[in-house]
Design a protein around this ligand. Structure first.
Ligand code: ARG
Length: 566
């Protein structure tokens, strides 16, 4: 595909030797509207050396460009030199590229030979997998796909919260009041009940806390009964979580959670000691982070048991040694900002220069319309229930709109789940957002079903028009403004994917495919595609094919499926 920006750089370089190609490249801007050109080169930077006003420089520069096959015209406007693409070239180069690359269009090999760890989801076992977990799960899954698409070797890790004092409580509680059968019938709710009961009784009877600590220590020391109970709790919890992962079609490469590091912590503690980083404070071992304006990092408690922070340090070292990662990403809520800043600082103080490759990717909160994550009765909203409700509601809509659709159930699943994911990935990560059923499931506007529907519509057109990818196309026939605008968006897609990766922001892709869908629907509503003129029909269908392909790829990178019919 022609790299038009690079062409602009070369043209400018021919005129101004003073700047390097990289400098020119970084100065080039995209004008706010196409009427002002496709690329703009600002001249402020040159005023000093040229001892002329930026406007004059721009004027002189613009007048020097001679005809070039890639550009329709080059004009100056104030201190800018504006480049207008040759639209025929643009349309041809992008459609031809998509024709050749198909669903690989937008992919690259920039990541070749580099491993990126994407840690996401990481729920706590024996606790509900609730709507609050949707963000890390969905954002992380998408990032994992984006990195893979760009050629990185990715490792998707679910760092399960399967260790810590709370398991001491659960073991104690189970031994006192637990009933295996009752729990296995409804694991998470029953384990939660035990946990809540233990906590409330411990208010009256502080000895219970002591007992819980004892059991956690036993667990850490490998007491058979404790380990067996813990293993069982972990297994039944994971079974519950896996139902959600199945619905979302999410797979992990590793479930190495907190417990996985239990035997790797003595080494960390020893190393911290040897590097003179540990200090005693009221019987506990800490790393003092006051010089960095942070509270101390807690490494061991007074009874010697380890903490969340210790396990994160051990995990990072293990991951570096095991995977030699290029980047180690943590998709975790912004509430944990300080936790990540602190332990990454400790790793840095230990002398590991790769500490800077451990990157916390924070995100804001999701809440329900009444402002909470819980129902009015105080019960948390399970993620599984939300997803199932989305599928059921979609099934109803399909029943009304298209009762004869084949594969109705499968499509309802793809669209219902897709709708939730799309909403989730529509905004900048860090923004809080309110989950809204009506908006999520709407088939109009900036929603998943709308984009999926556009894809299905394009697919159906290709079928009706008996489109054949191998036939030659006269791209010169695609001259309408909408056709050019669609081509522009398709042309930008690979860069959007790169930006999404660079900023770890899947929503760039979400927004871009909505834009493609909108522009395409406008075109579709005003322009006949299956026209009698066979060459024109072929050309238009090749555009339709490209739209369909890019939307499908884009949805795929968000973890959303693209049904052919809906
Ligand atoms: N299990 C934790 C929680 O639910 C999240 C774990 C985040 N990952 C990490 N490496 N600390 O809050």
């Amino acid at each position: 595909m022609i790299d038009f920006k690079d062409k602009v750089v070369k043209l400018i370089k021919n005129q101004i030797n003073l700047l390097s190609e990289e400098e020119i490249n970084s100065l080039i801007e995209i004008p706010p509207s196409y009427e002002m050109g496709d690329y703009a080169f600002p001249t402020f930077r040159l005023a000093k050396e040229f001892k002329k006003s930026p406007n004059l420089i721009a004027q002189e520069l613009a007048s020097k460009f001679t005809e070039d096959e890639n550009f329709e015209k080059v004009e100056n406007a104030g201190p800018y030199v504006n480049f207008f693409l040759n639209k025929g070239k643009l349309v041809e180069t992008v459609l031809e590229e998509i024709k050749v690359k198909r669903d690989e269009y937008g992919s690259s090999n920039i990541g070749q030979g580099k491993t990126v760890i994407v840690e996401f989801s990481s729920p706590n076992i024996a606790k509900p997998f609730h709507i609050g977990h949707i963000r890390t799960t969905v954002i992380g899954n998408s990032l994992n796909k984006i990195y893979k698409f760009l050629g990185y070797d990715t490792v998707a890790i679910n760092h399960l919260g399967d260790y810590g004092t709370q398991f001491g409580m659960l073991i104690s509680a189970y031994k006192k009041w637990g009933d295996k059968e009752v729990i296995e019938a409804d694991p998470i709710n029953e384990l939660l009940k035990l946990y809540v009961r233990f906590n409330s009784e411990a208010e009256e009877d502080p000895a219970l806390r002591e007992e819980a600590r004892y059991w956690f220590k036993e667990l850490e020391d490998g007491n058979e009964e404790a380990v067996e109970l813990w293993q069982w709790i972990r297994d039944i919890s994971l079974q519950e979580f896996n139902r959600v992962y199945d619905l979302l079609n999410i797979k992990f490469d590793s479930y190495a959670g907190e417990s996985f590091y239990s035997d790797k912590m003595p080494r960390v503690i020893k190393e911290l000691e040897e590097k003179n980083l540990l200090k005693e404070s009221k019987g506990a071992q800490i790393v003092d982070l006051e010089p960095y304006g942070m509270p101390p990092a807690l490494i061991t408690k007074s009874d010697g048991s380890t903490l969340y922070t210790t396990r994160d340090i051990a995990a990072a070292i293990y991951r570096k040694e095991t995977y030699n990662f290029h980047k180690n990403l943590y998709v975790v809520a912004s509430q944990q900002n300080l936790h990540f800043k602190a332990w990454i600082k400790v790793v840095e103080l230990m002398g590991y220069d790769w500490a800077e490759d451990c990157i916390h990717i924070p995100f804001g909160m999701v809440s329900l319309e009444d402002g909470t994550l819980s129902t009015r009765k105080g019960r948390v909203v399970f993620l599984e229930d939300v997803l199932k409700k989305a599928v059921e509601s979609t099934a109803k809509i399909i029943e009304e709109r298209n009762p004869n659709l084949e594969n109705k159930e499968e499509v309802a699943k793809q669209v219902g789940i897709g709708a939730v994911l799309f909403q989730e990935l529509f905004n900048q990560r860090i923004k809080d957002y309110v989950f809204n059923w009506d908006r999520t499931l709407s088939f109009d506007g900036e929603t998943g079903p709308y984009v999926q529907y556009t894809h299905a519509r394009a697919t159906s057109l290709l079928g009706k028009g008996e489109f054949d990818l191998d036939e030659n196309v006269d791209y010169g026939l695609l001259k309408l403004e909408d056709e050019v605008n669609i081509s522009r968006l398709l042309y930008d897609f690979p860069n959007v994917v790169l930006d999404a990766c660079d900023k770890n922001e899947p929503y760039f892709i979400t927004r871009h495919i909505v834009e493609i869908a909108k522009t395409f629907n406008k075109y579709y509503n005003s322009t006949p595609i299956l026209v009698d003129d066979i060459n024109l029909k072929k050309a238009r269908l090749s555009l339709v094919y490209s739209v369909k392909t890019v939307i499908k790829t884009g949805l795929g990178l968000l973890g959303i499926e693209a049904p052919e019919k809906m």
